[in-house]
Write a protein that binds this ligand. Sequence first.
Ligand SMILES: NC(=O)c1ccc[n+]([C@@H]2O[C@H](COP(=O)([O-])OP(=O)(O)OC[C@H]3O[C@@H](n4cnc5c(N)ncnc54)[C@H](OP(=O)(O)O)[C@@H]3O)[C@@H](O)[C@H]2O)c1
Length: 248
Amino acid sequence: MALGDFGWQDYALSHGQGLRRLDAAVRPLSLHLGLLGSSGETAWYGLTQLGRPEAGETVVVSAAGGAVGSAVGQIARLLGCRVVGIAGGAEKCAAVVERFGFHACLDYRAPNLTERLRAAAPAGVDVCFENVGGAVLDAVLPVLNPGARVPLCGLVAHYNATQPYAFANVMKLLDQCVTLTGFRIGHVAPALREQARAALLGWWRQGALLAPETVTDGLETAPAALVGILDGGNIGKRVIRLPWGDEA
Ligand SMILES: NC(=O)c1ccc[n+]([C@@H]2O[C@H](COP(=O)([O-])OP(=O)(O)OC[C@H]3O[C@@H](n4cnc5c(N)ncnc54)[C@H](OP(=O)(O)O)[C@@H]3O)[C@@H](O)[C@H]2O)c1
């Protein structure tokens, strides 16, 4: 059977779930990789099930301009939280506030991140959705409130590091009785992931959630796109468009 006859373009491979049939009426299909795929599921699951923010609480999100971070911040805002992003550079921080509705976004490359966090989160931080680790997480630890939750989603600052990072403020986890929970979306129950997609689709249909993408054309752009994810060259989900797709 030809791939086209099989309707191959209506399926997506997803972490830990194999092939999943997509709702082909929901377009563009790349949505099913980003906001309605594993990035969105990761954001929804980590925030709502592990972060458990309540309206009025303060949520900090690192890598706030990325596929997961931009979704986390938008969801937290919909749940009535104060949302403070952390991202690289003034331009990306401005986009995080202007496009995704974060209340503030702080450039981690500028000095005194902890002091700037105290100013942006005057009531302290109740949830830190952690995508980065290293010096960024270290700067947030002194600002965590008692009983804060830290969904540990990613540690991108550690992936290519040649030296282990020595946390200066790790005692805060103990002093503030913080719950830090690592998770992998591929290990989350399929029913919860379906619940995530349903919630995200509902918000997206209402126009309450944006699904940002950075798109390049052709497989030959893949190596640079991968490097771009690691060095901050993307806003939202990195998508590589191939010429034989039905939307090519
Ligand atoms: N637990 C899970 O199941 C799961 C699932 C999906 C993704 N993840 C993790 O979640 C995180 C976000 O994933 P994503 O797909 O949404 O990627 P992404 O945020 O779109 O891209 C990663 C971003 O991290 C930032 N970054 C890279 N190196 C950094 C460093 N040394 N210090 C500070 N920031 C740095 C860059 O943004 P700036 O421009 O802001 O520097 C970069 O754009 C990653 O850690 C990923 O591994 C986990």
